[in-house]
Design a protein around this ligand. Sequence first.
Ligand code: LLP
Length: 436
Amino acid sequence: MHSFRYVGKELHCEDVNLSALAERHGTPLYVYSQATLTRHFVELDRAMAPLPHLICFAMKSNSNLAVINTLAGLGSGFDVVSGGELARTIAAGGDPAKCVFAGVGKTEDEIAYALRQGIYSFNVESEAELRRISRVALRLKLVAPVAVRVNPNIDAGTHAKITTGTYENKFGVAFEEVEGMYARAACLPNLRLRGLQMHIGSQLTEVKPFKLAVQKVVPLAQRLSQRHGFDFLSIGGGIGIVYQDALASGSPAWWKRPAARRILTPETYAATVLPLLRPLGLRILLEPGRFISGNAGVLLTRVEYIKRTGRKNFVIVDAAMNDLVRPAFYDSYHEIVPLRKRAGKTVSSDVVGPICESGDYFAKDRPLPKVGEGDHLALLSAGAYGSVMGSNYNSRPLAAEVLVNGRKSAVVRRRQDPAEIWAGESTAPWQRGKKR
Ligand code: LLP
């Protein structure tokens, strides 16, 4: 449940009026609710409390320093996927000893950096990577904690681009090969076989795939743990969130409606996985990203033009696919609401950005209140995989970001200056123009 709601006619984030924020800081503007980030972390943490566990926030979903700092303050660990993300965690006050390092392509430099920082574990995606980690650890005279990522070959039933747990995907080590790989790993120098990891996909709204995957992996974890003396099993991330009814889901009443039963809550998730995991006696790691950050953020945008063609009503806004690529990339749905509530009939509209691509849209044929130039809109559920997937396409500066806490708000990323976009570029020595 999140903290975005209308107070009178004005959409608020906690106690802050979002129209006022948009006027003050300009748009496109990401706004995050600290109370919502906290609430989501605490809900999941409480639900998992019966077992020793560690939540490692998947910071690929939102790596703003202020977001990381909020979660670090609650005791969160972090799931990082690059040297850059680990450096960010440390810059934001996160503890490297609570970080797991995932990803299929870790470089030698990244491995060395993570080893020196003393991370909790590498989530290893192949035997070649295991050998590389062992080599680097030997050279640095350090011991590398590792966990193999098992691919349980369970279809998560989610969007093809975010399914990771079947043999169609590049991730993990095939279930049948994992034991052999651990046996060989036990002979490699400077490794500590610390655990086992899995992750089957993202935006899962049903508990069944989690149940099937955990059921399949627990006996394997048990056997391996007896042999190698494990500390942990990581069951990954992937808990889905509300996109369709996003605004309504900010109210406790919505959670009593039948529609809410289709959403996976931390309670249902924990009630399913805890009994399966308990006999293991291992520490359980979770890697949620979207569940914590998704509904904790919105993207504010200004209507630049209304354009009516023969067939369509286009609402042209100042945010674009470079700010939020999810609709273009995954056909994903983000609810769109005006910052100032409007009465009257809705108009079927396409909400589009200014980028020169037909894919640059946020909604198609969406019933929207009648809006005009200068009005502000909010794209909801934009806190996960929003600003982090932003780019400078069309030489558009990265959007600014604001964190709200009660009545307080602060800019936590300033709007990029256009000249910063090409600051690292130059002409070649034989050309006129900017010198090196
Ligand atoms: N752990 C691993 C190993 C992952 O690969 C991921 C996400 C997570 C945890 C966190 O998953 P979450 O709890 O956020 O579902 N850009 C896409 C999502 C890509 C997810 C990649 N892996 C989107 O916008 O939907």
